[in-house]
Structure formats: C-alpha cells, structure tokens
Design a protein around this ligand. Structure first.
Ligand code: DGL
Length: 266
C-alpha cells in the first residue's frame, strides 16, 4: 500500500515517536505535522486542542494518509475520541500504548506514576485507562510544566534540569512509586538525567509500543507497505522557527530533508 502514514504533534517532540515508527517500519512513507506556530498544547483548553487537532487531521487526510498517529500526549488525551469519530482512516494515540507498555512489562505492579503536561493530567486520560485495566492500581499523575521548555532549550542534561526533575519526582519516589510513565513526547529525552538521579525508577516510554501497534494494525488490514526501498519522510510545520533544525536533530537524530510550512486554521 503506497499511501503514507500521518503523524502529528503540537511541535517537534513527536519526532521521538516518528523515529520509533521509522525504525520498525522503514519502508513506510511518513508525513509529520508539527504545529510549531501554536505549540505548546499542554496549557491550552480541551476545546482548543480539539480544534487544532481536527485541523491537522484534515491536512493529513488531504495528503491521502492511510492512518494517523497522534504523537502528542496532550492531543491524545483531549482529542482522540473526536478524531476517531471524524476520521475515515484509523487514528492511534499514545496514551493507550503507554499504559499497555507499563502493564505488559510489569503486570503485578501496585503503584504507577504518570508525568505529563498540565492538560494531559487534567484530562485524567491515563488515570482512567490504568484504572480500567487494573482497578486496584494506585495511580498518581504529576504535571511537570517546566520540562518541555527545558528540553527544547537543549537543557536535557543540565544541572538546572536535574534540580527541576528532583522538584517534580522526589515526592513520588518518597511515596514509593517506582514505575513512571513518560506521558509527554518530550520526556524520553530526559531518561538519562532521570536515571542519573533515580537509577531504580522504571521509565515507560510509549514510542516503541505505538510503532508495534501500528505495524500490527497495518499487517492485519493488509495496508503495510510492500516497497523495497526506504520510505520517505516529509516534515510539515505551521511556523519555520530558528530552532527547527536543532530540534529535529534533538528529537529525531538527524535533519529531515523535506521541510515545508503550512498555515492551518485561516
Ligand atoms: N507534545 C506535547 C505532549 O506530548 C508536549 C508539548 C506541548 O505542551 O504541546 O504532551
């Protein structure tokens, strides 16, 4: 199937998910949309996140995508149901795969922590999904609004970031939480810093599980690419900012050659 897969995020953090998809499904053509003009979504209202997400869905559908991955926890938490209702193609979020990755790897856990943006925490999407699958699980969700800007500034491995991480995580550790879902697509870049401070914490990142679920789905529906050559990656953003090239490298490991600006919501 020659159609591309659409992946979107509020900004470029979702490139961590795109990277996992590209690794597992190297022959798929991928289209990524990063809403760099309107990022962050993490402190916006549900109504606004839904409106922005629907605009992006429309854009990706115009590109003839065969499936859409919402590589943003905030949009997954706030807009996934609406996107699924409105979309003629399947839509996958990152919340369920994150929850699945946790429970698959640690089926007998008693306590689970989720760190995320304010908006994701407010939605209680993780709380609900975890409790639905394991009613007796003690779940704590913690909003960590300073982490996204620190990562974007290239401060993932900085003393200031370690201090802020301690500010957010210390109370969870003291309360005996050992498993932490990284409920924001920027946070996988903080794994190293978190492990340095709290080597015993188990950090759960949804990216690989998202890629696995996407592959399963494409195989089951016969939509998987049968190309032999490597798939193409096209990057669209709503604003070309000075830091784009740096952020691409940070979240994706290299610069994507095809970059175009698209303004939505006019
Ligand atoms: N990518 C967003 C998420 O995963 C974080 C950035 C934002 O607040 O928009 O929640």
């Amino acid at each position: 199937m020659k159609q591309p897969i659409g992946v979107f995020d509020s900004g470029l953090g979702g490139l961590t998910v795109l990277s996992a998809i590209h690794e597992l499904l190297p022959h798929e053509d991928l289209i990524y949309f990063g809403d760099t003009a309107r990022v962050p979504y993490g402190n916006k209202s549900r109504e606004t996140v839904i409106r922005y997400s629907l605009e992006i869905l429309d854009f990706l559908l115009q590109k003839n995508v065969k499936a859409v991955v919402v590589a943003c926890n905030t949009a997954s938490a706030q807009a996934l149901e609406t996107l699924k209702e409105k979309s003629p193609v399947p839509v996958l979020g990152v919340v369920e795969p994150g929850v699945k990755a946790l429970l698959k790897n640690y089926p007998s856990i008693k306590k689970a922590a989720v760190i995320a943006t304010r908006s994701t925490v407010k939605s209680r999407a993780y709380q609900q999904s975890l409790k639905q699958k394991k009613a007796d699980l003690d779940v704590i969700e913690k909003a960590c609004p300073l982490l996204v800007p620190l990562v974007e500034e290239g401060y993932s491995d900085h003393a200031v970031t370690r201090l802020i991480l301690q500010e957010y995580l210390q109370e969870l550790v003291e309360q005996g939480f050992e498993h932490v879902i990284l409920g924001c697509t920027h946070y996988p870049l903080l794994k190293k810093a978190i492990r340095e401070i709290y080597p015993k914490l188990k950090l759960i990142d949804a990216a690989q599980e998202v890629a696995r679920e996407l592959r399963e789905f494409l195989e089951a529906t016969n939509l998987i690419s049968n190309k032999n050559e490597l798939g193409t990656i096209r990057l669209y953003v709503s604003d070309i900012t000075e830091s784009i090239a740096e952020l691409e490298k940070l979240f994706f490991g290299k610069t994507i050659r095809s970059l175009e600006k698209v303004v939505l919501g006019l």
